[in-house]
Design a protein around this ligand. Structure first.
Ligand SMILES: Cc1cc2nc3c(=O)[nH]c(=O)nc-3n(C[C@H](O)[C@H](O)[C@H](O)COP(=O)(O)OP(=O)(O)OC[C@H]3O[C@@H](n4cnc5c(N)ncnc54)[C@H](O)[C@@H]3O)c2cc1C
Length: 418
C-alpha cells in the first residue's frame, strides 16, 4: 500500500466489527482492527460455558487467526479510550492512531440500572471471563453445600437466582436445572443436588417478551416442569452476597446471575454526542455519525429504526448486517462511488433454548417449540460458528452430552474461593 492509501480503523472485533473488516477485504485501503481482547466471542453460546457444557475455546477464536487470509487487515490488541473526531484519530493506552474512515463496533455491557455495586455479587454474562466466573460460582455452590453440615448454609449454597427473563435468563435457568437434576444428580454423597432451588425473576409480566405470548407460556411451563421457580412481575430491589431482596420478599442465595439489562459501550461519551437511555448513539440512515460521514457506528452501540419504525434489536444478525453495510459503503466511497441506499435491516427470527430437549423459534410466520425447535436452534447455532473444526467440536459435545447427560467442562478454575 502506498503513502496515500486510505486508512480504515475498526474498533471492536465482535459480530459487527468482523463483518465490516471482511467487507473491506478487497478494498484498496489499510484496515486496522482494534480490540481489547485477542479473541472474538460467540456470545449466543456463552451460557454454555457458564454452565459447563462447552469450554471457552469452543466458542472464542483468535481475531488474528480469523483475519489471517486478509492481507490488508492488521489486528491490534489495544483498548480504545477516546476519539478525536476533529483530528481524525483515536487514543489507546499506547498512543494515537489516525484514520480516514472509522467504524465503531464496541458492543454493549450489563446495566445494573444505577446499582453498579451489585456487579460484584451478581455478575452478568458478556465475556469468556464472565462465563468462567459464573461456572465457578455455580459449581462451588454444590461443593460448599457438600462440605458444610449447616442446613441454612446448604440451602443458601444450593439456591441459584437468575435476574432477567429474556433469552439469557431463560437459557441459564434451564441449564442450571439440568445440571442439578441430571448431570450432578449422583455425584455427591451428603447433599442431593436435585434439591437445588433455581429461581428466575422477571420484572415484566412474562418471560421472553419479544416472543408471541403462547411461546412465552410454553417456556414458563417447560421451566416450571424442570423445577425452576418462575417469578414474573417481581422487581429486584437489592442484591448482596447472601441473596436478593425483591418486591415479593427476600431470597437467600449464594449465586446470583444478572441477565436483566444492557448498556452500550461509551462511544457516545468518546464522541461527545447524545445517547439514548441505553447509551446508544443515534445514527444517520447510512449508519454514520451525524455531521461525520467518515465515522460509522454499528451493532449494539448504535440505535436506528427499521423500515417499520421499530428499533433494530441488539442481536448478532443486526450487528452483522450493519457491519457489512458500513464496510461496503466505505469500499464504495474509496472507489469514488456513492451508495445512495440507506441501511435496511432484515429480521431473520428469534430463538431461545430452555434445556436439553426444548427451544422456541419464531421465524417469520413459522413458530416452533419443543424438540423440533431445539433441533432448529442447534443447527442454526452450529451453522453460525466460525470454522468447520468448531462446528464439529460443538456438535459432537452436544450429542455426547445429550446421550450421556454429562457436561464435560465442569472445571473450577482459579481463584478457587472468592
Ligand atoms: C449472553 C448473551 C447471549 C446472547 N445471545 C444471543 C442470541 O442467542 N442471538 C443473537 O442474535 N444475539 C445474542 N446476543 C446479542 C449479541 O451477542 C450482540 O447483539 C452482538 O454481539 C453485538 O455485536 P457487536 O459487534 O455490536 O458487539 P460485540 O459482539 O459485543 O463486540 C464488541 C467488541 O468490541 C470490543 N471492545 C469493546 N470496547 C472496546 C474498547 N474500548 N476498545 C477495544 N475494543 C473494545 C469487545 O472486546 C468486543 O470484542 C447475546 C448476547 C449475550 C451477552
Amino acid at each position: 500500500m502506498t503513502e496515500g492509501t486510505p486508512k480504515v480503523v475498526i474498533v471492536g472485533a465482535g459480530f459487527g466489527g468482523l463483518e465490516a473488516a471482511k467487507a473491506l477485504a478487497r478494498a484498496a485501503a489499510t484496515v486496522t482492527v482494534i480490540d481489547r481482547q485477542n479473541h472474538h466471542c460467540f456470545q449466543p453460546l456463552l451460557y454454555q460455558v457458564a454452565t459447563a457444557a462447552l469450554s471457552p475455546a469452543d466458542i472464542a477464536w483468535p481475531i488474528r487467526h480469523i483475519l489471517r487470509t486478509q492481507p490488508n487487515a492488521t489486528v491490534l490488541m489495544e483498548e480504545v479510550i477516546a476519539v478525536d473526531a476533529q483530528r481524525k484519530c483515536l487514543r489507546t493506552n499506547d498512543g494515537e492512531i489516525a484514520y480516514d474512515y472509522l467504524v465503531i463496533a464496541t458492543g454493549a455491557t450489563h446495566s445494573y440500572f444505577g446499582h453498579d455495586d451489585w456487579e460484584n455479587v451478581a455478575p452478568g454474562l458478556k465475556s469468556i471471563e464472565d462465563g468462567t466466573r459464573i461456572r465457578r460460582s455455580i459449581l462451588i455452590g454444590f461443593e460448599r453445600a457438600e462440605a458444610t453440615s449447616d442446613g441454612a448454609e446448604q440451602n443458601c449454597q444450593l439456591t441459584f437466582v437468575i435476574v432477567g427473563g429474556g433469552a439469557t435468563g431463560v437459557e441459564m435457568a434451564g441449564a442450571i436445572a439440568e445440571i442439578a437434576r441430571q448431570t450432578l444428580a449422583r455425584d455427591f454423597r451428603r447433599i442431593d443436588p436435585r434439591a437445588a432451588r433455581i429461581v428466575l425473576i422477571e420484572a415484566g409480566p412474562r418471560l421472553l417478551p419479544t416472543f408471541p405470548p403462547d411461546l412465552s407460556d410454553y417456556v414458563r411451563a417447560t421451566l416450571t416442569k424442570a423445577g425452576v421457580e418462575v417469578k414474573t412481575d417481581t422487581m429486584v430491589t437489592r442484591c448482596d452476597n447472601a441473596g436478593v431482596d425483591t418486591s415479593g420478599g427476600r431470597i437467600d442465595a449464594c449465586t446470583i446471575i444478572w441477565a436483566a439489562g444492557v448498556v452500550a459501550s461509551p462511544a457516545a461519551h468518546w464522541l461527545g454526542v447524545e445517547a439514548d437511555r441505553a447509551g446508544r448513539v443515534k445514527v444517520e440512515p447510512d449508519l454514520s455519525l451525524p455531521g461525520h460521514p467518515e465515522i460509522f457506528i454499528v451493532g449494539d452501540t448504535a440505535t436506528i429504526n427499521d423500515a417499520n419504525g421499530r428499533p433494530v434489536p441488539g442481536i448478532a444478525p443486526a450487528a452483522k448486517q450493519m457491519g457489512q453495510y458500513a464496510g461496503r459503503l466505505i469500499v464504495a466511497r474509496i472507489a469514488g462511488r456513492t451508495n445512495g441506499k440507506p441501511f435496511r435491516y432484515r429480521h431473520q427470527g428469534d430463538l431461545a433454548t430452555i434445556g436439553r430437549r426444548a427451544a422456541v423459534v419464531k421465524f417469520g410466520r413459522l413458530q416452533l417449540k419443543g424438540f423440533v425447535g431445539w433441533i432448529f436452534w442447534s443447527v442454526a447455532h452450529i451453522y453460525f460458528l466460525i470454522g468447520l473444526r468448531y462446528r464439529f467440536l460443538v456438535a459432537f459435545n452436544w450429542l455426547w452430552d445429550y446421550l450421556t447427560f454429562q457436561r464435560g467442562a465442569r472445571l473450577i478454575t482459579y481463584p478457587p474461593k472468592e
